[in-house]
Design a protein around this ligand. Structure first.
Ligand code: HEM
Length: 393
């Protein structure tokens, strides 16, 4: 960790998150300004929370802190998120529970167990290609392709279209635009919705178009936005895979330790989640007056929860800046807490489990082959590019 002198105002500068300096700032804020008011500028005014306990408390009190006005900071002139009240992440009880019920059976432990064969086959395909290439970008050639294939499979996108979806999703991310603003993705899912409406199959898109909330079918807009949201949320799954690989490349002793004792893998996955904390922030808006650490928060105030900070909180984690695959306890909140707890958590863990197992089994060496480039974003953080050379046995 570097100790560059930065001020809390810089937390919203995407450039800061291309370095490790945000951690130095969060450490300072936890000690000196755990409930910090950020005045309005391009972004509206908001409170920053950096301590684990405060962040967890807000997540677990959805009645006081609504998700319907958006869960990510947006420039003030854009107003509230137009997906408010429509997508799973941007809905409150009781609608949230019903919408989540429509999707949950695609992501629960049983469903993910049923997907393991697909995940393993997809992992072997991307790894075989990476080995053939010799030098590749772990971010694009392995993690990105793998996580997108899996979510496409769940949604019901046929394998032949995965490459198109992958390209469009990357174009949207590269241009820093919402996936919904990408016409090809929108058109693709709209067409698919109508096909599934007429002829439902065993996939999540069919469940979205034919399931009901409050006794009513979802609108076309709701169904498309939720598909887009699932593809977008998968970015976190991809970042956990890349960030995990980077952590092992930087801590070869931990990789060797895992190779010697595979029973450490579930704990290693939790440590990767804590260490990478790829979702940088969640936002909530207060619905009524409340106090956080003696500071009065008013109705309508935005509260921003900085997750990587919570997961390095020295009051909760022993030696938090150490990557330790045998860390116990490890009650990180990288996947949130409370009713909006990540619906893709079991899937993300399964993808990591399969990928790192396959790498240990089928690869002789993985070497970093160029500099890591980190994402320039305040929403998600982690490597955008991780050049590696993979050598098979
Ligand atoms: C390790 C990877 C992942 C991380 C770190 C992560 C993190 C999070 C976090 C922090 C939230 C709470 C957002 C909020 O309420 O403000 C969340 C919710 C969500 N995640 Fe993930 N996520 C990951 C993987 C995935 C994957 C693979 C999917 C794909 C299905 C997914 C889909 C979702 C959805 C749909 C929600 C909204 C849940 C709700 O509001 O009930 N996530 N995730």
């Amino acid at each position: 960790m570097t100790t560059a002198l930065v001020s809390p105002a810089q937390l919203t500068d995407p450039e800061l998150h291309t370095t490790d300096d945000a951690h130095a700032l969060w450490q300072w804020m936890r000690a000196n300004a755990p409930v910090h008011r950020q005045p309005a500028a391009e972004l509206p005014e908001f409170w920053s929370l950096t301590r684990y306990e405060d962040i967890r408390t807000v997540y677990r009190d959805a009645a006081t802190f609504t998700s319907t006005r958006g869960v990510l900071l947006r420039p003030a002139h854009l107003g509230d998120d137009p997906g408010g009240g429509l997508t799973l992440a941007l809905t409150d009880a009781p609608r949230h529970k019903q919408l989540r019920g429509l999707m949950a059976e695609w992501f629960n432990t049983r469903a993910v167990r049923g997907l393991e064969g697909y995940v393993r086959a997809a992992t072997r395909t991307v790894l075989a290609r990476a080995v053939d290439l010799g030098e590749c970008d772990f971010a694009h050639d392995v993690a990105g392709r793998l996580s997108l294939s899996v979510i496409c499979h769940i949604l019901g996108v046929p394998d032949r279209d995965h490459e198109d979806l992958y390209r469009w999703t990357n174009q949207a991310f590269d241009a820093h635009i919402s996936l919904v603003s990408h016409p090809q993705l929108m058109e693709y899912f709209t067409e698919m919705l109508y096909l599934r409406m007429e002829q439902p199959t065993d996939d999540l898109v069919s469940a979205l178009v034919n399931g009901t909330v409050d006794g009513e079918l979802l609108t076309e807009e709701e169904a498309v936005l939720n598909c887009e949201n699932l593809i977008g949320a998968t970015e976190n799954g991809r970042l956990a895979l890349i960030g995990g690989m980077q952590a092992f490349l930087e801590h070869p002793d931990q990789w060797a330790r895992l190779g010697e004792d595979r029973r450490l893998l579930p704990g290693a996955i939790e440590e990767i989640l804590r260490w990478t904390s790829s979702a940088t922030h969640s936002m909530r808006v207060a619905t009524r007056p409340c106090d956080i650490r003696g500071t009065r928060i008013g109705p309508g105030d935005r509260v921003v929860l900085w997750l990587p900070s919570a997961n390095r909180d020295e009051e909760v984690f022993h030696d938090p800046y150490r990557f330790d695959i045998a860390r116990t306890p490890n009650r990180h909140i990288a996947l949130a807490s409370g009713e909006h707890f990540c619906i893709g958590s079991t899937l993300a863990r399964a993808e990591m489990h399969v990928l790192f197992t396959e790498l240990l089994d089928s690869v002789r060496r993985i070497d970093q082959n160029g500099p890591v480039r980190r994402l320039r974003s305040i929403a998600v953080n982690g490597p955008e590019s991780l050049p590696v050379r993979i050598t098979a046995h």
